[in-house]
Design a protein around this ligand. Structure first.
Ligand code: ARG
Length: 475
């Protein structure tokens, strides 16, 4: 049964952690209320980033003479110890504290006494949290981009193998024109490459240091903001302290980037789900990348693709959460902002696992090339090419379009599956411009090879597209 977390009878808080704000308030909220407003279980993943932020701030306080140099040195040394102990597992984050910032200050104070109490000079958790959040994202997003590039690279390997594997291209989910599997997969990769660059855009905008912005209006202490920004590896410091505290555009933007990427994965997976159906039968997913049914013994379901498609919903939801969170929020800090991390962390985690699952599934999939090629016959995918043949012979396109359409009608009436089933005499009844060379011009392969414009599906053109994408991905 779920634990009842409702705030009921007022009980004194049992946790040993004393809130940073305990001075003003004689009473501490009861346990359930304290737990309700705490964020440590979410923001504990910022621990190493907050340690770095603390170190840079303490060292700067020492250099500026705001705290004694030896106290600053002690703080930095102890923060290094704490990081080492957490990494080694000899110190665990105590979840009875309000947040990761409170926890670290408590540990420092417990170990260093007065020196630990000095670290928060000229700082608020408001600038502290957004500094740690940005540092975390600066580390995390490049990892996500590496995963994205690896996914695209793997797909391009498959694409490269299939630049001559004919399949139907669809519009309105109706067979439209012959393309190749290589072309289709390269299209996916072009989207993934854009996703990567979208994350880079967001990274360059979030690369500024809010530290020194205080609660919202900076500090009267002679902080060296430039030095802490530099020490933390930020490209610049934020311009306006109130903006720096209130701003969560970077989280919104990244959340949007995750949502767009997930929507891409969802669309790819929708293709996979269709292809895996008995109706299409274009793809055979590995047994280890499929699931069965608890009742229908014959079933082999594309659950992984479906679930990636499904998880795009929660990442979209996370974006809506953040937008809604920020809408109507007065400047500058409000506790509402604490809800920002859980949503973005979830989007990043979800995207990351989905990418890995998607690659695993696609790497092991087999394509039914015969089925794909056969699907190019019967839907008159060569009709546009027939019209363009007539255009090349001088007929205006609209007339050529009509001629080809009438030919298709004739074929359907006669039960033919392909325009080339008609004899030259029959074709000539529609247009005198038809010659023997029409038959060569409208085979599926000719349709593909003829589309050799930049961006087209012709094999040599797709090879060029793959090369360009590879170069971009290697950056
Ligand atoms: N845990 C808080 C958050 O994530 C830290 C900032 C708290 N600031 C405050 N004024 N209560 O937003």
């Amino acid at each position: 049964m779920k634990k009842n977390t409702r705030v009921e009878k007022k009980k004194p808080a049992s946790s040993k952690a004393k809130p940073l704000w305990a001075g003003r308030l004689a009473e501490k909220p009861e346990d359930a209320a304290f737990a309700f407003q705490a964020s440590i279980n979410v923001d504990k993943r910022l621990v190493f980033d907050d340690i770095e932020g603390n170190k840079a701030h303490a060292a700067m306080l020492g250099r500026q003479g705001i705290i004694p140099k030896d106290s600053a040195a002690k703080i930095v040394r102890e923060l290094n110890n704490i990081a080492g102990e957490i990494r080694a597992g000899t110190l665990t984050v105590d979840a009875s504290h309000e947040d990761i910032h409170s926890f670290l200050e408590a540990v420092l104070t417990e170990r260093l006494g007065d020196a630990g109490k000095m670290v928060h000079a000229g700082r608020s958790r408001n600038d502290q949290v957004t500094t740690a959040f940005r540092l975390y994202l600066k580390r995390e997003i490049p990892l996500l981009q590496t995963e994205l590039a690896a996914a695209a690279d793997t797909l391009l390997d498959v694409a490269q193998l299939h630049v001559t594997s004919i399949m139907p291209g669809y519009t309105h989910l109706q067979r439209a024109q012959p393309v190749t599997l290589g072309f289709h997969l390269t299209a996916w990769c072009a989207a993934l490459e854009r996703d990567i660059s979208r994350f880079s855009d967001a990274l360059s905008r979030l690369d500024e240091c809010p530290l020194g912005s205080g609660a919202l209006a900076g500090s009267t202490l002679p902080l060296d903001r430039k030095a802490t920004a530099l020490a933390l590896g930020f490209s610049r410091m934020s311009l306006n302290s109130m903006d720096a505290i209130a701003d969560r555009d970077f989280a919104l933007e990244l959340s949007g980037d995750c949502a767009i990427t997930m929507v891409h994965l969802s669309r790819f997976c929708e293709d996979v789900v269709l292809w895996a159906s008995e109706e299409f039968k274009f793809i055979e997913l590995a047994e280890s990348w499929s699931t069965g049914s608890s009742i229908m013994p014959q079933k082999k379901n594309p659950d992984f693709a479906e679930l990636i498609r499904g998880k795009s919903a929660r990442v979209t939801g996370n974006l809506v959460t953040l937008l809604t969170l920020l809408k109507g929020l007065p400047y500058a800090y409000n506790k509402d902002l604490q809800e920002d991390k859980e949503s973005l962390f979830d989007s990043i985690d979800t995207l990351s696992i989905c990418l890995r699952i998607f690659v695993g599934m696609m790497k092991t999939a087999q394509f039914n090339l015969k089925r794909m090629k056969a699907a190019c016959t019967g839907g008159f995918l060569e009709a546009t090419d027939t019209a363009e043949y007539l255009v090349r012979k001088g007929l205006p396109f609209r007339a050529a379009h009509e001629t080809a359409a009438l030919i298709v009608r004739d074929c359907i009436k006669a039960g033919h599956k392909h325009i080339s089933s008609l004899s030259l005499a029959e074709l000539k009844k529609h247009s005198k411009l038809f010659e023997e060379d029409i038959y060569k011009a409208i085979t599926p392969m000719a349709c593909v090879k003829g589309r050799d414009l930049p961006g087209g599906p012709a094999p040599k053109e797709v090879r060029r597209q793959i090369k360009i994408l590879r170069k971009k991905l290697a950056k």
